[in-house]
Design a protein around this ligand. Structure first.
Ligand code: PEP
Ligand code: MG
Length: 922
């Protein structure tokens, strides 16, 4: 048996790989994220300050033994340190050219700020003197020394932070200086002594002058910090196992403040805001890392380094290029130049805006750095959403900032830009939005479920309390309303209907601009921009690739008749203009046209009402004859817009009372007229009231609607089918390829379809005969009732296609009213974890989804080529789209605005489940 190796030099990555059987995940587990990253960079030929990693196994052994280094570990650490001395030519604990090291934790998964770091280990009175000689910079040396004493005191010896911070602040006050940079060498010298005294007072012993003692204690402190409260809490929250342990990284310190041949900086290998392929970053000569971040001195743009240190800059560019190629992504790097020698301190995949993410993914695929598939998988559906949301014009926002209009900042709870007038309660907010048609920003200290109506009516939401998971934040994100929460500097005076920040008062009705993306609130109106999809050429390219992936035959493995390509994306559109937009966004079909929406147009509603109230069949027929041309021309527009693509038109669905005035309204009218003695029109109103009462149902959503209405009053759907087929025939004669699919809503039993569908098919044939044209068409049904899903085998014997109406299907499966549940209890259910998600947004796979899966399988047993889609709200939700792919649907249909997100999500689903047989996919 070979001895366990506890310590790996950064240059020993191959050995680490061997030790874990060759897989990189194993290396990460052994050396931690940071250690494996440093080793990997070293292997890629990047100049990394030399060092080594003590393994996570050593940490676990230390913790398991109750605080003993495992046998041999310390000796290995000393041997590794010797190697580092050889490589750097510096010596640990020696006054001339001393080696200083940092000691940092690094677990397999990043736990930012949760564990410990000690810098400048190796400093003591002697090495400090040596370094002064070497650098000629006393101030720098004693600042570095006091940092060690302070960090060592806090992290290793457990002395509270204030024990150092308080005397430092007092000293600065005494000297009359504000920032650390104003302190001189003498000041730092004094403070080193002071800090040493703090150690002695708190611990009863002196700050250890022996560098090896410093190293040993720091290593132990990092091991122990794995079980520190902060780290345990973080792991619990992030779901990281507690038995992984942390590695310890010991690395040579390099200094950017050793004169004008030294410097430090941070850079991105491409522009993180735009994605442009151009180095983006800042640096400072003769400075330390934190000087760049703190903004004390004005930094230089990275490209200026080309003039100041051309060789170093050239080397830097080459390294960045190598890092990008190695990691195959944009890198965020930190570097230090110590006396003309370039060192890379860190590289990680850089954060970026949505716009930059898309551009980089497309560019990198075009450069051959990544595949098109990888490019697609790198973009999250939310990124596409962000790109299509209105944002503030950046220049206008900058100007507003310069003009002092930045009013407050808070948590960026829900992205997007909103401009509106402020109102301080939900009722007023809703009233102003709905009745006065104002753009409203609802402002509250915090929100409660009673406020949801105001939040939904608002363009933006602002609260002075609460965080990212507060009610306001959760609701705003759910409904896509831009929102800033917890802007604590705002004082809201509900009584006087105003808010103020430092005496700047905003009264109810005044304008503000809320940036939910950045968390800022501005006074006044800032212009917003919503770039059109056509302008976003990179996004268009990416979506084209997404479509190509979905169109690949065999990407889904499925039984005969089932689709073997990915999902298509269709759109829900009622009018030709919507259909045109949907098509421009990439929809390849209309999955739902809610015909009744056309009945609400002002010139049509009176005809519809006459039709409903008709006493005789002849009267009803006359009204329907008047409606037919309207419907026909709407349908012609739809077929023309979707030339060559299927258009699913749903026959009338809602209960008829929805087209009539409300009972309350009529009753009020009648009573008022009677009291005032008005006779003119009274009889008509009374009659209308009687009719409305006759149509009244206690539970209209489960009442006379959908196919039931068609059976009881077939004339309406007969007119609709005639209009559909006349329209299709007319456009066919004009050379358009019409593909009508007639959809019957709310079927619960095949017997219903048996009654109505043959009558409608007969009309379709009649019209085609009359017009002498032929075109492909289908008759099918919505699956919105659990019984329909469970008897799909029978239903598919008549219906030629299914479309899941998951709004109703969710309502009926859960028994939750789709109109009231969110307001009354559903959001609370989600907040409290009773439901993992809002089932009206994301398909509940276990319940509703199970019905859908059964439905697809049994439907296709009867009719193997049954076309199956979805047209409920879930059709635009990425998680639900994945589910639709998994159960073998042909397409998803969603609102035109969500089509781009759906196209990307469909490609994600196809790639994620590539090669998995549909029937076995769990
Ligand atoms: C549905 O129920 O999912 C559906 C699309 O129909 P509607 O929303 O019109 O009831
Ligand atoms: Mg429905």
């Amino acid at each position: 048996m070979t001895e366990k190796k506890w310590v790996y030099l950064f240059s020993e990555v191959e050995e680490a790989e061997k030790a874990v059987g060759g897989n990189w995940d194993g290396v990460r587990a052994l050396l931690g994220g940071k250690g494996s990253g440093l080793a990997d960079m070293t292997r890629a030929g990047v100049p990394v300050p030399p060092g080594f990693t003590v393994t996570t196994e050593a940490c676990n052994a230390y913790l398991a033994s109750g605080g003993q280094f495992p046998p041999g570990m310390w000796e290995e650490e000393l041997a590794a340190l010797k190697k580092v001395e050889e490589i750097t030519g510096k010596r640990f604990g020696y006054a001339e050219n001393p080696l200083l090291v940092s000691c940092r934790s690094g677990a397999k998964f990043s736990m930012p700020g949760m564990m410990d770091t000690v810098l400048n280990i190796g400093m003591n009175d002697e090495t400090a003197a040596g370094m002064v000689k070497l650098t000629g910079d006393e101030r720098f040396v004693f600042d570095a020394y006091r940092r060690l004493v302070q960090m060592f005191g806090e992290v290793v010896l457990g002395i509270p932070d204030e024990a150092f911070e308080v005397p430092l602040e007092e000293y600065k006050q005494k000297k009359g200086v504000k920032s650390d940079t104003e302190l001189t060498a003498e000041d730092w010298k004094y403070l080193v002594d002071l800090f040493k005294k703090v150690v002695r007072e708190h611990k009863g012993f002196d700050f250890p002058q022996d560098p090896y003692e410093q190293l040993r204690l720091a290593t132990e402190a990092v091991f122990k910090s794995w079980n520190g409260k902060r780290a345990v809490d973080y792991r619990n929250a992030a779901g990281i196992p507690h038995d992984l342990g942390t590695a310890v990284n010991i690395q040579t310190m390099v200094f950017g403040n050793m004169g004008w041949e030294s410097g430090t900086g941070v850079a991105f290998t491409r522009d993180p805001a735009t994605g442009e392929k151009k180095m983006y970053g800042d640096y400072l000569l003769n400075a330390q890392g934190e000087d760049v971040v703190a903004g004390i001195r004005n930094t230089e743009k990275i490209e200026n380094l080309a003039k100041e240190m051309p060789d170093v800059y050239q080397q830097f560019l080459e390294i960045c290029d190598r890092l990008e190629r190695h990691y195959r992504d944009m890198q965020d790097v930190e570097f230090t130049i110590e006396k003309g020698h370039l060192w890379m301190l860190q590289t990680r995949t850089g954060k970026r805006t949505a716009k930059a993410a898309v551009k980089m993914a497309v560019d990198m695929a075009n450069e051959g750095l990544i595949t098109k598939e990888e490019a697609i998988l790198r973009i999250r559906p939310e990124d596409v959403d962000t790109l299509l949301h209105p944002q503030f014009d950046l220049r206008a926002k900058e100007l507003a900032r310069k003009e002092g209009n930045l009013y407050a900042t808070g948590v960026n709870a829900s992205p997007g830009a909103a401009v509106g007038r402020v109102y301080f309660d939900a009722d007023t907010a809703e009233r102003m939005a709905k009745e006065e048609h104002q753009d409203v920003i609802m402002v509250r200290p915090f929100t409660k479920p009673d406020d949801v109506h105001g939040m939904l009516a608002a363009k933006g939401i602002l609260t002075s309390e609460g965080g990212a998971t507060s009610h306001a934040a959760v609701v705003a994100r759910q409904f896509g309303v831009p929102c800033v929460v917890g802007a604590a500097m705002i004082r809201i005076d509900l009584e006087n209907r105003q808010m103020s920040v430092d005496g700047k008062v905003v009264k109810e009705g005044e304008w503000v601009s809320v940036d939910g993306t950045s968390g800022e609130v501005f006074l006044g109106k800032i212009p917003t921009i919503a770039p059109t999809l056509e302008e976003q050429t990179d996004l268009l390219t990416l979506l084209k690739w997404a479509d190509e992936i979905c169109a690949t035959p065999g990407i889904r493995q499925a039984p005969p008749g089932w689709p073997t390509t990915g999902l298509q994306v269709w759109a829900n559109a009622d009018y030709p203009a919507d259909a045109r937009r949907a098509r421009s966004y990439g929809a390849v079909g209309i999955g739902l046209c809610r015909t009744e929406h056309m009945f609400f147009e002002p010139e049509r509603l009176p005809i519809v009402q006459r039709m409903i109230l008709a006493k005789t069949s002849a009267d009803r027929k006359a009204a329907l004859d008047e409606l037919l041309p309207y419907q026909r021309s709407d349908f012609e527009g739809l077929f023309e817009a979707m030339d060559g693509y299927p258009v699913i038109i749903r026959l009338i669905d809602p209960p008829l009372h929805e087209f009539l005035p409300s009972q309350e309204e009529l009753l009020e009218d009648v009573i008022t007229m009677r009291v005032k003695g008005e006779v003119e029109g009274l009889t008509e109103r009374e009659e209308l009231l009687r009719s409305v009462r006759a149509l009244h149902e206690s539970n209209p959503m489960m009442g006379l609607r959908g196919i039931r209405l068609s059976i009881m009053m077939p004339e309406i759907v007969e007119m609709q089918v005639r209009a559909i087929f006349e329209a299709a025939a007319n456009v066919t004669l004009r050379g358009v390829h019409a593909k009508p699919e007639v959809m019957i809503p709310l079927t619960g039993t095949v017997n219903e379809l048996n009654v109505i569908q043959p009558r409608l098919v007969e009309i379709a044939r009649q019209v085609m005969n009359e017009k002498g044209v032929d075109f492909p068409y289908k008759f099918g049904t919505m699956i919105e009732i659990p019984r329909a899903a469970l008897t799909a085998g029978e239903i598919a014997s008549v219906a030629e296609f299914f479309s899941f109406g998951t709004n109703d299907l969710t309502q009926m499966t859960y028994g939750y009213s789709r109109d009231d549940a969110e307001r009354n209890f559903l959001l609370k259910y989600v907040e409290e974890g009773i439901l993992p998600k809002n089932p009206f947004q994301t398909i509940d796979r276990e319940g509703v989804g199970r019905l859908m899966k059964i439905c697809v399988e049994e439907g296709r047993t009867t009719r193997p080529d049954l076309e199956v889609g979805i047209c409920g709200e879930h059709g635009g939700d990425p998680e639900s789209i994945e589910f639709c792919h998994v159960i073998g649907q042909n397409y998803v249909s969603c609102s035109p605005f969500r089509v781009p997100v759906a196209r990307l999500s469909a490609a994600h689903a196809a790639l994620k489940h590539k090669g998995v047989s549909i029937l076995e996919d769990k």
